[in-house]
Design a protein around this ligand. Structure first.
Ligand code: PLP
Length: 413
């Protein structure tokens, strides 16, 4: 008899983006003449920059020549890419990372989802609320949660740390002892960040409690404020307690190309059942080299080109384009009285929905009355209720039009 992993039966259906798609399709079917502007899903719209395309073409040609053809590469990633990552993403910020600490992968979604493989199922997990859903769902799959409570909208045995306007989007340290802490900064969905001082509190907590911080920095390149840390390793001692996830998806438009990396420091230890220290880098290396043959040579050459002078210049222009969109959204909404958060160091703007409406009700009205699509905050967790996410990844023209429509809009009660 084939027994299934019962933990999967404990998962809640992921309604968010499928429900949005269903509602949008239905509206389009009934209103074919209306131009819908989609600022919902966090996917980029600008094409890959020329420096990267050129490198990819070159790598494709290499694959067609006997002398330069590449078969299986190192599972952890080619040295040429790991060295560039170390130099530009870390050394330039005064952080020392070794090549063996970098693991190139196909995505930060996979990495942040797979990391649980090397951590015990009895670990207590803490997530922010609202949250990027992958952290929660993969822990439910692993059996680290209890049952879902329909009343609270939360799983038992998971520590939810609210991040709302009330606490200025600064999660409070858990009162109870937790083992695995997920932090995503700049945050998806709230678009907010933490200062180095705030991050230090988490590093201190993790040291004190022998916990691990799983730090998702997928939006790091969108940080504009000089005082906001780009990496958790900017905090002294963080290499002893944190794994960091990075991605080329939003940074360089690789959502369809697929490339990311995880940093698993050598100083980072977990514990076996007898309390012996176990190097997590070794475990992750074992897991990684057993379960994947790595990322294609062509894609790694493409990622390497992101770090070239031209590549950096070109991706920075794209990021500035998106951040200008974020500014347009923020300012436009503020002008007509919305309370907005994020959008300053992140491509996400998180707004408070008008009094008396739920985030789904606001979604429906925005779609039907001004034909703009966003994402209801409630879809990211119970504390997301009352909020709404707009992304800056659209075209400037569409963003200007969407904001113009919202500014002229009187919500029908
Ligand atoms: N982490 C966060 C916080 C994200 O928002 C996303 C994508 O939306 C990812 C990771 C996924 O990154 P990747 O495309 O590298 O899998």
């Amino acid at each position: 008899m084939i027994r299934v992993n019962d933990n999967y039966l404990n998962l809640q259906d992921s309604y968010l983006f499928s429900t949005i798609a269903k509602k949008v399709n239905e509206f389009t079917k009934n209103n074919p003449d209306k131009k819908i502007i989609k600022l919902g899903i966090g996917d980029v719209t600008k094409p890959i920059v020329p420096a990267v395309i050129e490198a990819m073409h070159k790598a494709v040609d290499e694959m067609g020549q006997k002398e330069t053809f590449k078969g299986y590469g190192p599972e952890q990633g080619y040295e040429f890419l790991r060295n560039k990552i170390i130099e530009i993403d870390f050394k330039a910020r005064g952080i020392n990372i070794l090549p063996e600490e970098i693991f190139v992968s196909d995505g930060a979604k996979s990495d942040s989802g797979n990391i649980g493989d090397i951590l015990h199922n009895s670990n207590k997990v803490a997530i922010t609320d609202p949250v990027y859903p992958v952290y929660l769902d993969t822990n439910v799959m692993a059996g680290r949660s209890g049952k879902f409570n329909e009343k609270t909208g939360m799983y038992e045995n998971i520590v939810y740390m609210p991040v709302t306007a009330e606490n200025n989007f600064i999660p409070e340290l858990p009162k109870e002892k937790v083992d695995m802490i997920y932090l995503c900064l700049p945050n998806n969905p709230t678009g907010t960040t933490l200062t180095k001082e705030e991050l230090k509190k988490w590093v201190d907590y993790a040291k004190e409690n022998k916990s691990i911080i799983l730090f998702d920095a997928a939006y790091e390149k969108f940080i504009m404020d000089k005082n906001v840390p780009h990496s958790i390793y900017e905090v002294e001692g963080a290499k002893e307690v944190a794994i960091e996830f990075r991605s080329f998806s939003k940074t360089a438009g690789f959502t369809g190309v697929r490339c990311a990396y995880a940093v698993v420091p050598k100083e980072l230890y977990g514990y076996d059942k007898d309390g012996n220290k176990i190097e997590l880098n070794k475990l992750w290396n074992r897991r990684h080299s057993t379960k994947t043959n790595g990322v294609s040579y062509i894609v790694q050459r493409a990622a390497e080109a992101v770090y070239s002078e031209e590549g950096q210049k070109q991706i920075t222009e794209n990021i500035e384009y998106y951040m200008n969109n974020a500014r347009i959204i923020r300012q436009g909404l503020e002008e007509v009285g919305y309370t907005v958060f994020g959008g300053e160091n992140s491509p996400y703007v998180w707004l408070k929905v008008p009094e008396g409406l739920t985030s789904w009700e606001f979604f429906d009205k925005l779609l039907s009355e001004v034909n703009v699509v966003g994402t209801p905050g409630a879809g990211f967790g119970p504390s997301g209720e009352g909020y709404f996410r707009l992304t800056a990844f659209g075209t400037k023209e569409n963003i200007l039009e969407a904001i113009d429509r919202i500014k002229k809009w009187t919500i029908k009660k």
